[in-house]
Design a protein around this ligand. Structure first.
Ligand code: BGC
Length: 906
């Protein structure tokens, strides 16, 4: 008792001291450059298992002063923490490198070895030449770099086990695991790691991803047991709609595993999957991504994943050929259970039928808690919708059975959650439950690729925040190692059109770099020999070749990675394949007009001819490719593709532009918006085509959209660039059909596939992300956060909020690869304020827009006047210049935090 109190007292003193020191450090903190943070290797923080021979590094800089840049850096990489602690870069010491690069810095040290862990840190020199302290140390670990490193064989089975006897003290152990399908690895009775639905869905015959786990503490001297459960996942799924050639990839799931163990004294042992493993049928009776899991707890074999279990009744495993494809390290965030949700309510629309409402359309499954006699079967059926009588409506699930069935073993309270399936749902129907369930009988388990948050956006108009919430949920629930279209019916595919339309929005909201880097590789894997691409990647569904709005995902995602993260390597690695793709497009063009098209726009309200849209994409793709060639220094090719783009543009105008009516194709919003956005319109017709477009929106459709998801992505930013953010805003906050707000008003908690509120058997998912592209417009236009002109990776930033009449304030922030960029603006009569953050090593133009009628504008930053009498007033640190652009004042600022305040008379 006394002891406890005393300990508490001492602890309090220590905690107090720490708090004080922390506070003192903050207040009296060292001036100048602070240690870099946010160290990333291949976009990941402390990745375990990467297989890039020359990984790239990035870090985020901090400084107590404004307008600071990095003038030099030094990276140290060591083979041990001790070495790094002594500032010894025995693996790589970059020395002081005069460079402003703080992202995409390429490793240039000794060859990196399979399975090794490397420790690194970095410091930088600021504008004045002062060095920062070194960052805290970070690490990265190499995976198995060559096929010869893999000793095991693919083995099939449902439940697999192997006992191993280990002699000596284990100092380090790693498990490298993959499956054709899904696996759960268990060691000595416990699940290893927190990944679920692992590995990622890839074109397995071409490439399979493995995950690396640190299992040092899981293993012990003496007897150990490895246990693995396998599920079919995407590897064994075959469906009516699938391309016959690609579904299913395999008849049964298979495992490839290797555990490398190092003992004190240097001895190493590898244990791998092979014919010596034992197999049996476990409690999972069946599993399917679409149909759910059937689990019979009576078939559990307690202790099967522990040493000493009697497996004499188990049979020997089958070794199989498995995948002959490349084994790649899974270098992106895994799928995880990221949250648990308490149901909002339970209803019992019929005797014995209980319908739980999660209050949110989500992806994942539920955890069931139940007690009852052995053999009792509880069925969980999932739905996005309910009928008016409270029963679940599953008409829009297509052929997905989307149900989990649990048979009780009858031993007190039992907890169950499935392993190898997932559902998209808001409602869960429970039948067969022994007794009456309570809210505690179910927990919603939110599952998706566990990408970190990157952005936030809020504004004074609630409907915008509601839409942002829908985008947030729809985006996350459609990340399952690939970007999917939906999460509930029998699709959940990597539809490329959906992916390209939403990539920018996703990158503003979430930390997506590693995810898309992987997906781009998936796309390359899926390319056909003629250079064309499928509609879905990995290819399961859709047309061959895909529609151009879908194939375009390939150049477009590469380009967006370049813009958002400055990823030059993506351009280099994909250049040849992209060139092949462009050659394919060219081979289907006659007189420079592309002639192979399917959908055009999709789920639109006014149809736009597909041949026109296909041709616009052709122009777009050739243009992007020419720019990539330029960036990579291939000026001849840049010139020749640039020329081709010009020819395509001319042909397009000859074929699809009607100079009498000033319309493209049939004059839909999509048709004119695409032409204007891509600068296809001859100068002398620009204004008239703009009028065609805005008239159609305002007068033709009473300020409503008629586009599908292709057109709307172009339309919103276009209106802003035309100076019509007011109109874009009106569309964004519209609440009558068709609009995003309409979905909110009708109770949506995720975005729908259709503008229409449909609940029948036809195609109408209630969780599609493709209309979510408007999220990028929220950040760019209302939130004001943009890449600077010609800039990549937020080196130069353009802060240009569209201060529309109806909004009092908006606030946006994005964790870019160079650090936080943020803007909060506020507008009340006669006063506009802008609070801006620009990361160290970046600069920005800050566009301050006065009210239209304002005269004698004065702008202060903090308490200094920086603009008066129509002129820039110098002297404020960080504010380097200002110019006038129409009525707007554009400040050029260096890094730091600024508070601008504009006032003016009328
Ligand atoms: C998918 C869409 C996809 C479309 C294209 C649909 O079934 O859900 O999102 O882009 O097909 O054909």
């Amino acid at each position: 008792m006394f002891d406890g109190n005393r300990r508490l007292q001492v602890m309090r003193i220590f905690v107090g001291l720490f708090v004080f020191l922390g506070w003192a450090g903050f207040v009296f903190g060292a001036e100048g450059p602070a240690a870099p943070t946010g160290l990333r290797c291949e976009y990941l923080s402390n990745p375990m298992g990467i297989d890039v021979q020359k990984p790239r590094f990035s870090w985020v800089l901090h400084h107590t002063e404004r307008a600071q840049m990095q003038t030099a850096y030094q990276i140290l990489i060591a083979g041990s923490t001790e070495g790094l602690g002594r500032d010894e870069g025995d693996v790589w010491d970059s020395g002081k490198v005069d460079s402003s690069d703080s992202t995409q810095v390429i490793y240039a040290g000794k060859g990196l070895s399979s399975g090794r862990t490397y420790y690194w840190k970095v410091r930088y020199w600021d504008t004045a030449g002062s060095a920062s302290p070194y960052s805290a140390s970070a690490q990265f670990e190499m995976g198995l770099l060559s096929r010869e490193d893999w000793k095991g064989q693919w083995i099939e089975g449902n439940l697999l086990r192997k006992e191993i006897d280990l002699e000596g003290r284990i100092v380090r152990a790693r498990a490298y695991v993959t499956a054709l399908g899904y696996y759960e690895l268990r060691i000595n009775g416990e699940k290893v790691g927190r990944n679920v639905l692992d590995p990622a869905f890839t074109t397995y015959p071409k490439r399979v991803l493995y995950t690396t786990y640190d299992v040092t503490r899981r293993l012990r001297g003496g007897k150990n047991a490895l246990g693995v459960m396998l599920g079919g996942g995407w590897a064994t799924l075959g469906r009516r709609f699938f391309d016959p050639e690609v579904g299913p990839y395999y008849k049964a799931p298979a495992l490839l595993l290797q555990v490398n163990i190092e003992f004190e004294g240097g001895k190493t042992v590898s244990v791998a999957s092979d014919g010596s493993w034992k197999a049996t049928q476990g409690p999972i009776v069946s599993d399917s991504v679409y149909d759910g899991e059937v689990y019979d707890a009576r078939r559990e074999q307690p202790g099967w994943d522990q040493p000493g279990f009697d497996d004499s009744a188990w049979s020997a495993t089958q070794t199989v050929e498995g995948s002959k494809g490349v084994l790649s390290a899974q270098m992106m965030p895994p799928i995880r259970v990221v949250d648990s949700m308490v149901p909002r309510s339970i209803a019992s629309p019929r005797p014995g039928v209980f319908v739980f409402d999660m209050g949110q359309n989500m992806s994942g499954w539920v955890q069931l808690r139940v007690q009852g006699p052995a053999g009792t079967q509880v069925t969980l059926r999932f739905a996005e919708l309910v009928y008016p009588d409270g029963m679940i409506n599953r008409e829009n699930l297509g052929e997905a059975k989307s149900r989990d069935v649990y048979t009780l073993k009858g031993q007190g309270e039992e907890t169950y959650e499935p392993r190898f399936t997932y559902h998209g749902f808001r409602y869960v129907e429970v039948t067969g439950f022994p007794g009456t369930p309570s809210l505690d009988s179910l927990r919603g388990r939110v599952v998706h690729t566990a990408v970190g948050a990157a952005g936030s956006f809020v504004a004074s108009k609630q409907i915008l925040n509601d839409i942002q919430r829908l985008i947030h949920w729809s985006q996350l629930t459609n990340l399952f190692s690939i970007p999917t279209d939906c999460d509930q019916r029998n699709e959940r595919q990597g539809w490329m059109g959906d992916a390209q339309a939403t990539a920018e929005e996703a990158m503003m909201n979430f930390d997506m770099a590693a995810f898309y880097a992987n997906f781009i590789r998936d796309i390359r894997d899926a390319q056909f020999p003629d250079g064309s691409l499928p509609d879905t990647v990995p290819r399961k569904y859709g047309g061959v070749p895909g529609d151009l709005g879908w194939q375009t995902a390939y150049p477009l995602l590469c380009w967006t990675m370049w813009q958002q993260y400055g990823d030059r390597r993506i351009l280099e690695e994909n250049y040849d394949a992209l060139k092949k793709y462009v050659a394919f497009l060219r081979s289907h063009a006659q007189d420079n007009v592309y002639r192979l098209h399917w959908e055009g726009d999709w789920v639109e309200l006014a149809h736009t001819p597909g041949d026109y849209i296909g041709d616009v994409w052709y122009y777009y793709d050739v243009t992007l490719f020419a720019k990539m060639a330029q960036i990579l220094g291939k000026s001849d090719e840049a010139a020749s593709y640039g020329q081709l783009a010009g020819q395509v543009k001319d042909a397009l105008n000859r074929t699809f532009f009607d100079a009498h009516t000033d319309n493209y194709a049939n004059g839909t919003q999509t048709a004119n918006a695409m032409a204007l956005a891509l600068d296809l319109v001859p100068k002398e017709h620009r204004e008239a085509v703009q009028r065609s477009l805005t008239d159609d929106i305002v007068y033709g459709h009473n300020t409503h959209l008629t586009t599908g998801f292709i057109g709307v992505k172009f339309l919103m930013p276009l209106l802003t660039s035309l100076g019509r953010s007011d109109l874009a805003y009106d569309l964004a906050v519209q609440t009558t059909y068709p609009s995003w707000g309409y979905m909110v008003e009708r109770g949506a908690t995720t975005l729908w596939e259709l503008w229409q509120d449909k609940v029948g058997p036809a195609m109408n998912s209630h969780d599609h992300i493709m209309f979510g592209s408007v999220g990028a417009w929220f950040y760019n236009a209302l939130g004001g956060i943009n890449l600077g002109p010609e800039s990549v990776g937020y080196q130069h930033i353009r802060i240009a909020p569209q201060i529309v009449e109806d909004l009092d304030w908006a606030s946006a922030s994005v964790e870019t690869i160079r650090g936080t960029v943020s803007l909060s603006w506020n507008h009340s009569s006669g006063v506009i304020t802008l609070d801006v953050t620009v990361p160290v090593n970046s600069d920005a133009e800050v566009v301050v827009p006065p009210e239209v009628q304002m005269t004698d504008v004065v702008i202060r930053e903090g308490d200094r006047v920086v603009w008066e009498n129509g002129r820039y007033v110098s002297g404020d640190p960080g504010v380097e210049a200002a110019t006038q652009d129409g009525k707007k004042v554009v400040f050029h600022v260096g890094s730091g935090t600024y508070s601008f305040r504009l006032t003016g008379g009328e």
